[in-house]
Design a protein around this ligand. Structure first.
Ligand code: NAD
Length: 358
């Protein structure tokens, strides 16, 4: 059986650090195991264009492994060319880089390692919120420059205590973010999600549901995005919705870049409508050198907490999603039932309720 994996290059770091499992060099740690079972395992980072390894090998691969960190974009057109493809496994969480409706139509199963990096991301979100609210990045840059002018950074630094924090999406990550914020004594925790939490779960994270998104954002000092990218969330945060935010609010998005309109976010930060924007996900990955989010700033020259996509790929997370990928493959080879929570698209049908109301 031919197994194709599109992973990111780890170069020297991956040679020196074998726990960087999600790299081309370390192959999710499953190369010897696959070889011992007689499978052909192709691993590459080369994913763009008709001459890429991705497009060449997808033509006859039965299994495709991808990762959200260096997404192999499996379009409907590619799915139509992938005559042998039966199963796509996302090493991580978030399978929007696959045309999921086309996978349904072509009876290709899509699975991800559900839960594998949700703590990793929730911790990153809490860090991003604190970095923005406390104006950490400009303060650190000042020190590196050799300057010391406390008022220049203190003029835009606040406490999180007493602020209203809201999450768009209160699933595994959104829930864990609010759970981790409980000791910070925020004024309120809000959530916007068509899936209501049980009263016990709401109480445990002190959360109140707001059903209208404009009403929701207008009440938040901090908005964090923790919903998958699908038809209902693509471009959700655009000029119109940003105009309903509290002036000077902070926005953190570690879900997917394309949930926000890139130019509208950059303009809102420039005007001060947003005081800060942070996250690790981009509408195109790797992000082009001139992407506006790399350098955008608020009127005081700060408010940018962007990083490359790495919140869910800590070494701890890599161990979990590598093990989860192997277990999904084992189930597939043995014809065993998969963990229901891992199935995004089953044979010819959506299996999850998290990718929008259908
Ligand atoms: P989850 O399935 O547990 O929760 C997603 C929640 O979003 C669900 O409760 C769902 O009802 C809700 N939702 C869906 N559409 C919505 C909408 N239009 N408005 C409001 N809520 C909506 O998923 P999760 O494990 O919490 O992960 C969420 C997303 O985070 C993933 O799909 C992925 O895109 C992203 N993620 C990013 C990283 C990273 O490294 N940056 C890592 C893991 C996951």
């Amino acid at each position: 059986m031919k197994v194709l994996a599109i992973l990111y290059n780890g170069f020297n770091a991956a040679v020196k650090e074998p726990r960087l499992l999600g790299t081309v060099e370390n192959k999710l740690g499953i190369d010897k195991w696959l070889a011992s079972r007689g499978h052909e395992y192709i691993v590459s980072s080369d994913k763009e264009g008709p001459n890429s390894d991705f497009e060449k090998h997808i033509a006859d691969a039965e299994v495709l492994i991808t990762t959200p960190f260096h997404p192999g974009y499996l379009t409907r057109e590619l799915i139509e060319k992938a005559k042998n493809l039966k199963i796509c496994v996302t090493a991580g969480v978030g399978s929007d880089h696959i045309d999921l409706n086309a996978a349904v139509d072509h009876k290709i199963q899509v699975l991800e390692v559900t839960g594998s990096n949700v703590v990793s991301v929730a911790e990153h979100v809490v860090m991003n919120i604190l970095a923005l609210v406390r104006n950490f990045v400009p303060a650190h840059e000042m020190i590196e420059r050799g300057d010391w002018q406390v008022s220049d950074v203190a003029r835009n630094a606040f406490d999180l205590e007493g602020k209203v924090v809201g999450t768009i999406g209160a699933g595994r990550i959104g829930y864990r973010v609010l759970q981790r914020l409980v000791p910070f004594d925020c004024k309120e925790h809000l959530y916007y999600d068509y899936a209501k939490l049980s009263t016990e779960r709401e109480q445990a994270i002190k959360a109140r549901r707001v059903e209208d998104i404009e009403d929701f954002v207008s009440q938040c000092d901090v908005v964090t995005v923790n919903a998958p990218l699908h038809e209902g969330t693509r471009g959700l945060i655009n000029e119109k919705l940003l105009s309903k935010f509290k002036p000077g609010a902070w926005l953190v998005n570690t879900a997917r870049g394309a949930i926000c309109d890139a130019d509208d976010v950059a303009a809102a930060l420039k005007s001060g409508q947003l005081r800060g924007y942070a996250g690790d996900v981009w509408n195109v990955q790797p992000a082009p050198k001139d992407h506006p989010w790399r350098t955008m700033k608020n009127p005081l020259g700060g408010g940018n907490g962007m990083t490359p996509h790495y919140s869910g790929t800590t070494l701890d997370a890599q161990a979990r999603y590598a093990a989860g990928t192997k277990s999904i493959l084992e189930n597939y080879f043995e014809g065993r039932e998969q963990e229901p929570a891992d199935v995004i698209v089953g044979l010819g049908a959506w299996a999850t309720k998290a990718y929008g109301q259908r």
